[in-house]
Design a protein around this ligand. Structure first.
Ligand code: TPP
Length: 366
């Protein structure tokens, strides 16, 4: 008879149910009683969603080039930001604005980036976070590299990468797990599993029953949480970040959520996704859920909601106005696309840069 040499399980955590009530069969994290903090996090979730709506409008009216919506991911993203310290390092992909806003990235920066202006990548705060990363999953290795540096320098800092369900199929993600495991790095890998990688559903991505178990295969503690439950997401992130900071090594968290919008403004998800699936996903969305909990706890009401909506619209409009002002009155030169990658430009790019400059100088005629 065969001897079992390895067995594993993946624990799933949910504390706040879709109807906004707490589960009964789990010890509830202290955050559930910290209504002041929950209200602050709720406000950021609403701001992020208000920003998202505006950004799509700006794209539709030709004011920015394209845009990747974060609709439905607010709990997962904001939890990542909320659990990190300023000195930690975030390596996002391209839609995790909630995490970035929490860490100090300006709304205007996001608009500049999607407007094709390189200055959007150059955050004043947080200076040591990575910019957006569109090549899928490569940010996992950037984070592993940062974590390696923190370890070598004996700094108590943690690097966090966020990757999608599709990205978790990439070698880069698996290599980051391996590096985190072999070198016991202060690294947290967060899979935001929103069920779709553009038009590829989770069921076609991979036959494993969870994506978290990829971390276990690599020797890392790995859990799955309800990614629409802010309390579960913050709790899991704090657990992982604290362990990494204490020298216990890397951690993988799979947050289960749903991409309620199109992949980007260049996509039309109605062509490949049944409307009923999206409709059902709205029942689980994170903002409604937290609002219901806060109202039940007497920490929120309609009046506060109305005031918050007005405030968020004003902040977002201010950011849009600032963006318009920059692109109209201080546009970047065409050569800017060469100026943010290398300390010293390789010679072939020096030539291309000169060509671009000449092209712009003669009005684009040659
Ligand atoms: C290396 C690489 N291959 C392919 C693409 C094209 N691409 C852009 S987004 C995307 C799907 C990513 O899905 P997922 O990782 O689940 O993240 P989500 O967009 O759903 O947040 C792909 C294949 C890319 N950007 N980079």
């Amino acid at each position: 008879m065969a001897r079992t040499v390895a067995a594993f399980k993946v624990d799933y955590f949910q504390f706040l149910k879709p109807d906004g009530t707490l589960v009964h069969d789990q010890q509830i994290p202290a955050l559930a009683r910290d209504l002041k903090r929950l209200v602050e996090l709720y406000k950021l979730m609403v701001l992020t969603r208000t920003f998202d709506k505006k950004a799509i409008t700006l794209q539709r009216t030709g004011k920015i080039g394209t845009y990747a919506s974060s609709l439905g991911h607010e709990a997962a993203h904001i939890a990542v930001g909320a659990a990190m310290k300023d000195e930690d390092c975030l390596a996002p992909s391209y839609r995790e604005y909630g995490a970035q806003f929490y860490r100090g990235v300006k709304l205007t920066d996001v608009l500049l980036y999607w407007g094709g202006d390189e200055r959007g990548n150059d955050f004043e705060i947080p200076r040591h976070d990575f910019a957006w990363c569109v090549p899928i999953a490569t940010q996992c290795l950037h984070a592993a590299g940062a974590a390696m540096a923190f370890k070598l320098r004996k700094e108590t800092r943690v690097a966090v990468a966020i990757v999608g369900d599709g990205g978790s199929s990439k070698g880069d993600f698996l290599e980051a797990i391996n590096a985190g495991s072999a070198w016991k790095l202060p690294l947290v890998l967060v899979i935001v599993n929103n069920q779709w990688a553009i038009s590829v559903p989770r069921s076609k991505q991979n036959k494993a029953s969870t994506l978290a178990q990829k971390g276990i295969a690599g020797g890392l503690p790995s859990i799955q949480v309800d990614g629409n439950d802010l309390i579960a997401c913050v709790w899991a992130m704090e657990k992982a970040v604290n362990a990494a900071r204490q020298g216990k090594g890397a951690f993988v968290i799979e947050m289960l959520t749903y991409r309620l919008g199109d992949h980007t403004t260049a996509d039309d998800a109605r062509r490949y996704r049944p409307a009923e699936e999206v409709e059902q996903a709205w029942d689980n969305e994170p903002i409604k859920r937290l609002r219901a909990y806060l109202i039940n706890q007497g920490a929120w009401d309609d009046q506060k909601e109305e005031a918050l909506n007005v405030e968020c619209k004003e902040w977002v409009q201010q950011a849009a106005d600032e963006y318009f002002d920059i692109i109209e009155n201080d546009p970047q030169p065409v050569t800017a696309m060469f100026d943010h990658m290398f300390e010293q430009l390789p010679h072939d790019l020096v030539e291309q840069r000169a060509l671009a400059e000449r092209y712009a100088d003669d009005g684009g005629h040659h």
